[in-house]
Design a protein around this ligand. Structure first.
Ligand code: DGP
Length: 114
């Protein structure tokens, strides 16, 4: 989608500090990290948010979450854990309208979020 910042990162039009890439998935460091480990895992397919997932996307979402787990382990979060977050629309605090999983780790995180 032409005006989507994450689609521009996928296309290479905006630089992103890449963690992982394959045909369907891209992972890159968050520009505004909230923890020592903070990266985003996104589908290359432009899906605006988790409310817009379709039944045909379930395998992709499964791959996305499994990749988020693998990368969290690679980034040193296997033993102590991490937080996997999907914000959705205004009340969910979503600011970029392209589905993404935040992976945050490297420190203890309080619950509930503010
Ligand atoms: P959310 O609030 O869940 O929509 O989070 C969007 C995240 O995307 C936010 O933590 C900052 C990050 N972000 C926004 N623009 C860019 C960018 O151009 N590059 C990178 N690497 N991250 C971005």
């Amino acid at each position: 989608m032409s005006d989507c910042i994450f689609c521009k990162i996928i296309a290479g039009d905006i630089p992103g500090k890449k963690v992982y890439e394959d045909d369907e998935i891209l992972a890159f460091h968050d520009v505004n990290p909230q923890a020592p480990v903070h990266f985003l895992v996104i589908p290359k397919k432009h899906i605006r948010n988790i409310m817009e997932l379709e039944a045909a996307d379930t395998a992709l979402l499964g791959r996305l979450l499994f990749k988020a787990q693998e990368l969290a382990v690679e980034q040193g979060c296997g033993e102590k854990g991490a937080r996997f977050v999907i914000n959705c629309k205004d009340n969910g605090g979503q600011t970029v309208d392209h589905l993404h999983v935040h992976v945050l780790g490297g420190r203890f995180m309080e619950w509930p979020p503010g």
